[in-house]
Design a protein around this ligand. Structure first.
Ligand code: BO1
Ligand code: ZN
Length: 233
């Protein structure tokens, strides 16, 4: 397996597209993620319905460090998300620090990606942005036991955890995986209207699980990317 990372060198984001033929889209793609959301993108689309996600109240979760950061996987049957006429099931969530998406050039200390897959293999990712503030009840379920990036693959059975509850308002666009293989055709959904909070202690614990303290891919421009929002307006 080819090694990739977040360095400024040939294995970092600027070099991903050259590391492996199948990763060429990382540099040649035209719909890559994350994007830098600007004021020009803040357009309400009244045809977007409220976010239709239903998760089990408690899901059986397994925590591990992928080597690129903390990841939690969940079994089939943990819930479903409907968007764009397609049904997706949650498969895992993981964290990026600092955030990958930015809003008005603002970066957030943490972005959580809840990854869903459809029966035909399409992916939809809900991104939750966290600011520093009060303790997150959600992160408290695992922040203290994330294996360090030095022990990738070590699994921790978390038992049953409560799932994140997405807002019914959101922003959406078509983008890509933010890591190799950078595949496109990913439906992105960003929870933008009620930022989550995490305490300084939680952020410090989670940062210790991220190799060299950061695992965010640089942003791409948002112009022409069709970003739109569902709002109450
Ligand atoms: S992200 O949310 O854009 N950072 C992201 C990045 C990589 C993946 C998922 C989300 N990788 C994919 C694998 C698939 C796998 C899926 C779900 O994760 O390429 O093979 O099914 O775990
Ligand atoms: Zn991610």
């Amino acid at each position: 397996e080819v090694h990739w990372d977040y360095s400024g060198g040939s294995h970092g984001p600027g070099g991903w597209g050259d590391l492996k033929a199948e990763w060429g889209v990382c540099k040649s793609g035209s719909r890559q993620s994350p994007i830098a959301i600007t004021a020009l993108d803040l357009v309400t689309d009244r045809s977007l319905g409220k976010l239709d996600a239903k998760y089990r109240k408690r899901v059986h979760a397994t925590l591990y460090n992928s080597g690129h950061g903390a990841e939690v996987s969940m079994p089939a049957g943990s819930g479903r998300l409907r968007i764009g006429g397609e049904t997706y099931r949650p498969v895992q969530f993981h964290i990026h620090m600092p955030s990958e998406h930015t809003i008005m050039n603002q970066s957030f200390p943490l972005e959580l990606h809840l990854v869903h897959k459809s029966d035909d293999g399409k992916l939809a990712v809900i991104g939750f942005l966290f600011e520093e503030g009060g303790e997150s009840e959600f992160l408290a379920q695992f922040a203290h036991e994330v294996p360090s990036s030095n022990s990738p693959g070590v699994k921790v059975d978390l038992g049953h955890i409560k799932m994140m509850k997405p807002e019914r308002n959101y922003g959406t666009y078509m983008g890509s995986l933010t890591t190799p293989p950078c595949a496109e055709g990913v439906t992105w959904i960003l929870s933008l209207f009620n930022f989550q909070t995490a305490s300084a202690e939680q952020l410090a614990k989670l940062r210790a699980s991220v190799p060299k303290g950061h695992n965010n891919r640089p942003t791409f421009g948002s112009a022409g990317r069709g970003f739109r929002m569902r709002t109450n307006a």
